[in-house]
Design a protein around this ligand. Structure first.
Ligand SMILES: [Zn+2]
Length: 137
């Protein structure tokens, strides 16, 4: 894939929500680029897949725009990431980001023999090179 400024240009739309938060943008980019090609394709070929920055405001809650489900029943997927992922430790942040992408890839379901969806997302994130750090910061 051709690179522009070190980015995979196809991922640019997924990085836009974090344009103002460079450390987070960089972390999301690093995780996206590390994903297996089949997973990258699964996201890129799904126009209902999106990535967003959580816009939580105390007293107001948060909102996110997602695409409506397809008439075929195919679900919409959106990975929503918190701003604080820019500030916490690198290994923990990339683990959380990969874990959330794993949920999206698994359509919030299990993985192989793993039926617990949190465990499935953890295992898949580890498979991609982002294991849960031994101790969270
Ligand atoms: Zn989870």
């Amino acid at each position: 894939m051709p690179a522009i400024d070190g980015d995979f240009p196809l991922f640019t739309p997924y990085l836009e929500p974090f344009a103002e938060i460079q450390p987070l943008r960089e972390r999301v980019r690093r995780v996206l680029e590390a994903l297996p090609a089949a997973v990258q394709r699964d996201f890129l070929e799904d126009h209902r897949f999106c990535v967003a920055l959580e816009n939580y405001q105390p007293g107001k809650g948060w909102s996110v725009w997602i695409h409506p489900p397809d008439p075929s029943g195919e679900v919409s997927r959106c990975v929503v990431l918190k701003r604080k992922l820019a500030d916490c430790g690198e290994a923990f942040a990339t683990y959380v980001i990969a874990h959330e992408f794993a949920h999206a890839y698994l359509r919030n379901g299990g993985w192989g023999a793993i039926t617990d969806r949190e465990e499935a997302a953890d295992h898949l994130a580890a498979e991609w090179g982002f294991p849960r750090p031994a101790a969270a910061p």
